[in-house]
Design a protein around this ligand. Structure first.
Ligand code: CMP
Length: 143
C-alpha cells in the first residue's frame, strides 16, 4: 500500500494547527500509520533537506525546522502521495488555493506549515529517514 511522509513544521505546532491538519487527512480517508512529536536534530534536518543544500534559503530552513517540535507522520492509502500534496497546496502559501492547508493558514514560503513527500520514491526514503520500522503500525480500517 502506498505511503507518504508528512511533517507539521514548528509554525504549525506553535499556531495550534496540529489537530486541524491531522483532521484533513483523516476525514479524506487516509490511514495514519506513524505519528510522533519530536525535536529535529541538525543532522536529520540536513539529510532531509539535502536536495536544497545549495539554495540560499538552506541555512534559514535548517535553523527553522530545528527551532521547535515537529509532528512527523506516515499516512497510507491509494494515491496518498499526490493527494496529500493537493491537500497541502502549493509551496508558497500565497499561491496555494483556498481550501488547501497552506492556502487557508499560511502567507510565507519559509513558514508553510507542513512538509509532504513529493513522489513515491522520495516518500520511501523520507519514511526510512524519520521512522524505525517498529514505530509504524500496519493496520487496515475494517469499518
Ligand atoms: P518543503 O515542502 O518543506 O520543502 C522545502 C522547503 O523549503 C519548502 O517547503 C519551504 O518551506 C522552503 N523554501 C522554499 N523556498 C524558499 C524560499 N525562497 N525561502 C525560504 N524557504 C523556502
Amino acid at each position: 500500500m502506498e505511503r507518504t511522509f508528512l511533517a507539521i513544521k514548528p509554525d504549525g505546532v506553535q499556531r495550534g494547527l496540529v489537530g486541524e491538519i491531522i483532521r484533513r487527512f483523516e476525514t479524506k480517508g487516509f490511514t495514519l500509520v506513524g505519528l510522533k512529536l519530536m525535536n529535529v536534530s541538525k543532522e536529520l534536518a540536513e539529510k532531509h533537506y539535502d536536495v536544497h543544500k545549495e539554495r540560499p534559503f538552506f541555512p534559514g530552513l535548517i535553523q527553522f525546522i530545528t527551532s521547535g517540535p515537529v509532528v512527523a507522520m506516515v499516512w497510507e492509502g491509494d494515491g496518498v502521495v499526490a493527494s496529500a500534496r493537493k491537500i497541502i497546496g502549493a509551496t508558497n502559501p500565497l499561491s496555494a488555493e483556498p481550501g488547501t492547508i497552506r492556502g487557508d493558514f499560511g502567507v510565507t514560503v519559509g513558514r508553510n506549515l507542513i512538509h509532504g513527500s513529493d513522489a513515491i520514491e522520495t516518500a520511501q526514503t523520507e519514511i526510512k529517514l524519520w521512522f524505525k520500522e517498529e514505530e509504524l503500525a500496519s493496520w487496515q480500517p475494517t469499518l
